[in-house]
Design a protein around this ligand. Structure first.
Ligand code: NAP
Length: 282
């Protein structure tokens, strides 16, 4: 039986519409959420991501400011820009697009963002709050995955969730969110042995690796919910996830497409975080 599609594109449109209504309500109180986006260097994929985020801001009434810095920008100059934005009361959210140029320590830059304006949820204090079970700013991609699961009514409590990938921005925070909702969570990574069997025991299987078609239908338990976070550019220029959609969707109960699954939800959650930051600042 073919899997049901978890349609991130349409759910994200609903979230954006709700954000737009809330932005209008905030405007009645004289507050306009403002997001600053910093793009350092000329990574073409980053440019596309930033453009999509800025477009989503415009659509929902969130004011956005773009700061484009050259690829050879110094770490000090980049951090100075962040610090100035920390002090700008019209800016409620600061997003530093990753990856950063090689000469820059991304963790130092991310730590310079005021936690209250850290709409990406990457600051150690926000990640720590999540670990402590008191989430504040939650990273957007994991938050988007949880919203997709909830919208589809996928049972999380008691489910075995297998998350492939342990990055600080996707795999780890998503594992914590699933744990908080009483899933039994297994985290896999590049050194994990027997990935195929572990994956096949998952009720909820998340691939957040960055390797096209790593997960095939053979690795999916019949009826499982498969979440594909990966975004991979193939040699023919097309986009593919980490999951081989054709074989996995034959076995899974639910599956996210790429594109149109997790990606749009990430941006929708960013807008929600901006809104929350703006509301909290007043
Ligand atoms: P990352 O920082 O490169 O982390 C990749 C993770 O995958 C690491 O934990 C790595 O293990 C693990 N891994 C690598 N090869 C593996 C293998 N053969 N088997 C099992 N695990 C393996 O990547 P990320 O930033 O988390 O992003 C992951 C993917 O999601 C990328 O394709 C990215 O483009 C995409 N992404 C999409 C969105 C969206 O909105 N849709 C947002 C963010 C990221 P080690 O820790 O052992 O190295």
């Amino acid at each position: 039986m073919a899997a049901r599609i978890l349609d991130g594109k349409s759910l994200a449109a609903k979230v954006r519409a709700a954000v737009k209504r809330d932005v209008e309500a905030l405007a009645q109180r004289g507050i306009r959420p403002g997001l600053a986006v910093i793009l350092a260097g000329d990574n073409p994929a980053s440019r596309v991501y930033v453009r999509n985020k800025v477009r989503a801001c415009e659509e929902t009434g969130v004011r956005s400011e773009m700061y484009e810095l050259p690829a050879n920008v110094s770490e000090e100059a980049l951090i100075d820009r962040v610090l100035a934005l920390n002090d700008d009361s019209d800016i409620h959210g600061i997003l530093v697009q990753l990856p950063l140029p090689k000469q820059i320590h991304a963790d130092r830059v991310l730590e310079s963002v005021a936690p209250a304006k850290d709409v990406d949820g990457f600051h150690e204090s926000n990640l720590g709050a999540l670990l402590a079970g008191k989430p504040r700013m939650v990273p957007c991609t994991p938050a988007g995955v949880m919203r997709l699961l909830d919208h589809a009514g996928v049972a999380i409590a008691g489910a075995h969730a297998v998350v492939i990938g342990r990055s600080n921005i996707v795999g780890k925070p998503l594992s914590l969110l699933l744990l908080q909702r009483d899933a039994t969570v297994t985290i896999c990574h590049s050194k994990s042995k027997d990935l195929e069997n572990i994956a096949r025991s998952a009720d909820i299987l998340v691939a957040a690796v960055g390797r096209a078609k790593l997960v095939t239908g053979r690795m999916v338990k019949p009826g499982a919910c498969v979440i594909d976070v990966g975004v991979n550019r193939l040699t023919d220029g097309s986009l593919a996830g980490d999951v081989e959609f054709a074989s996995a969707s034959e076995v899974a109960g639910w599956i996210t497409p790429v594109p149109g699954g997790v990606g749009p939800m990430t941006i929708a959650m960013l807008l929600e975080n901006c809104l929350r930051a703006a509301s909290a600042s007043h």
